[in-house]
Design a protein around this ligand. Structure first.
Ligand code: GAR
Length: 207
């Protein structure tokens, strides 16, 4: 069986990236192999984590390459060079163009820190999501892993997990609970699920 090459794209702290690496080390992603961490921000702590974990890194800094189309071309070329079969957005804060999405159609997944379709779309990222959840007064939130399509946060849902909103929560407290109880659990599971499906598909095509 050929393992699916995985690239994890991050912009910040990289705790979701770390969760995928930990799952791989625990043998929980038998159908995939993390080959690359890609960051669009040179100062991202995710890069330090990747170096520490022995994962190859590539940086396409938004300030150094301000033109989005050029940045996307470079990222795509890098993914192809490394034989990447699955792209995982793990706190990747750039919305990609239809050109990028169609180049990896059905092979890009994203973790979102809420129960989509609620609290998703443009402007809903990072702490803003948890601020909106608290403002709305909902009692349950969570996380969603979904396929990335041209429309922001609207692709088919792969996995979701609910998390309780508690009295006295701040956006920061809620963000941590959602990460710990939902994101770090469902993202590695979804990565393995999609790798398994892709590797079965690749196997069938090669028969
Ligand atoms: C995570 O909570 C992730 O769900 C969110 O950013 C955080 C990144 O943390 N992503 C989005 O809001 C995407 N719309 P991390 O860098 O520690 O994984």
């Amino acid at each position: 069986m050929e393992k699916i090459g995985i690239a994890v794209l991050c912009s910040g702290g990289g705790t979701n990236f770390q969760a995928i690496v930990n799952a791989q080390e625990a043998g929980l992603i038998p159908h995939g192999e993390i080959k690359l961490a890609v960051c669009d921000h040179a100062g991202a702590y995710a890069l330090t984590r990747a170096e520490r974990m022995g994962v190859e890194t590539a940086v396409f800094d938004r300030e150094a390459i301000p033109d989005r189309a050029e940045r996307e071309r470079k990222i795509l070329a890098c993914l192809k060079e490394h034989g990447i079969g699955l792209v995982v957005f793990a706190g990747f804060m750039t919305i990609l163009s239809p050109v990028f999405v169609s180049a990896y159609a059905g092979r890009i997944i994203n973790i979102h820190p809420a129960l989509l379709p609620s609290f998703g779309g443009r402007g809903f990222y990072g702490l803003h999501v948890h601020e909106a959840v608290l403002k709305a007064g909902v009692k349950v939130t969570g996380a969603t892993v979904h396929y990335v399509t041209e429309e922001c946060d609207a692709g088919p849902i792969i996995a979701q997990k609910a998390v309780e909103v508690r009295e006295g929560d701040t956006p920061e407290i809620l963000q941590k609970r959602v990460m710990r109880e939902a994101e770090w659990v469902i993202l590695p599971e979804a990565v393995e699920k999609v790798c398994k499906e892709l590797s079965e598909k690749t196997g069938k095509e090669g028969e």
